[in-house]
Write a protein that binds this ligand. Structure first.
Ligand code: FES
Length: 122
């Protein structure tokens, strides 16, 4: 089971979602299903509106590290993915701190998702 805690400046309080198998779509889909107000527009990894910061809390090796090419480009353009972070993700399986909620697939792990409520601002 995935345990996802959302914390946003535009939320009255943090919300923790326990997602079972079958609920493991994108982070944005999970947020929308539970009325978590993560901003979004394209839902296709191109606009950067759904930028979030993801922290891994369970001490296990993080999953969902592989970034699609368009997520790499969008994060880079927004200054959230530099060469060092990309190399760490691709070569050392260390996930970058910033992700696009519409591209991040929820896995069986415990994560904290932070966002500001402003499109493209974590
Ligand atoms: Fe556009 Fe996620 S909604 S990149």
């Amino acid at each position: 089971m995935a345990t996802v805690t959302f914390t946003g400046l535009n939320m009255p309080k943090d919300m923790t979602i326990y997602a079972v198998a079958g609920d493991t779509g994108t982070l944005l889909a999970l947020a929308k299903k539970h009325d978590i107000p993560i901003p979004f527009q394209c839902q296709d990894g191109e606009c950067g509106s759904c930028l979030v910061k993801v922290s891994y809390l369970d001490g296990k090796a993080p999953m969902a590290i592989d970034l699609a090419e368009k997520e790499k480009v969008t994060l880079s353009v927004n200054g959230k993915l530099n060469r060092n972070l990309l190399e760490a993700a691709e070569n050392a399986h260390r996930p970058p701190p910033y992700r696009l909620a519409c591209q991040f697939i929820v896995r069986d792990e415990t994560i904290l998702v932070e966002f500001s409520g402003e499109p493209g601002v974590e």
